[in-house]
Design a binder for this molecule. Sequence first.
Ligand SMILES: Nc1ncnc2c1ncn2[C@@H]1O[C@H](COP(=O)(O)OP(=O)(O)O)[C@@H](O)[C@H]1O
Ligand SMILES: [Mg+2]
Length: 259
Amino acid sequence: MLEVRDLYKTFNAGTINEKRAMNGLSLTLEDGDFVTVIGGNGAGKSTLLNLVAGVFPPDSGTISIDGQNVTKLPEHKRAKFIGRVFQDPMMGTAATMGIEENLALAFRRGQGRGLRYGITNAERKQYREKLAILGLGLEDRLTSKVGLLSGGQRQALTLLMATLKKPKLLLLDEHTAALDPKTAAKVLETTERIVRRDKLTTLMITHNMRDAIAHGNRLIMMDSGQIVADIRGEEKQNLTVQDLLDKFHVENDRMLLSE
Ligand SMILES: Nc1ncnc2c1ncn2[C@@H]1O[C@H](COP(=O)(O)OP(=O)(O)O)[C@@H](O)[C@H]1O
Ligand SMILES: [Mg+2]
C-alpha cells in the first residue's frame, strides 16, 4: 500500500542550519499494516509523514501509494487517498463552523460539492451514527461550533473526518500528545477501533513506548533519518518497554520517550 525507496531530505542545504532529516530511508507497508513509529526528537518521524503526504518533495527517492508513483504529485492531489491527524487539535477542523458542516466538508471532499448545497436530514442521520462511534455525545450537538469543543473532542472529530472516506493511508503524528492522559487514552482507543474496523493501512507516530507496543502489528524505530529497528509478528506481540530500552540503548532518551 505504501512503498518508500531510498528517501533523502536535507533542510537548509549549504547553510549553517543544514540538517539531513531523511537519510536513505526505505519502507514498505502491506495493505492493512498498522505501524507504530517511535524515535527521539528530531529523528525524522514527522519529516517521513510530510514526505509521504507531499508537504514537500524529497531530494531523491520515490514514494508509491497503492502501486502509483506519487513522488511528483502535489499534496492536494494525494489528499484524496490520505487521512491525516496532527498533534495540534486546532489544525484538523474549522473552528467557526458547526460539527455537521465540518463533517459535510469531509464527506464531500473531492466531489466538487461544497456546503452551499445544504445538509439533508438523511446526511444528518448518517453523521449522528458516525459521531456516536466516538462515545462523546457529539451526535446530539450537530450544530455546535467546533471552536467550543475540548481538544480531545476536536481531535476525535478530526480522526473521524480523516477516516470517513476510508483513506488508502492514515497518517497520525502524535495525535494524542497534546491531550490529558484520560482523553488521550480515549482517542487512542477510538483510533484502534476505526483502524481495525476499516482495516486501514496506518502509520502512527507516538512518543509513548507503551502505546507503540500496545497498538498495531508492527513497530519501527527511527534515528537520524533512518529506520533502526523494525519489529513485527510474535516479536512485536511479546515486546516490553524494557526490551525496547535494552535493545536500542535508548536509556538516555527516557526524557524524550516516555514509558
Ligand atoms: N520544515 C523544516 N525546515 C527545516 N528543518 C526541518 C523542517 N522539518 C524538520 N526539520 C528538521 O529535521 C529534523 C527532523 O525533524 P522531524 O522530522 O520533525 O523529527 P521528529 O518528528 O522525529 O521529532 C530536525 O532536525 C528538524 O529540526
Ligand atoms: Mg515530529
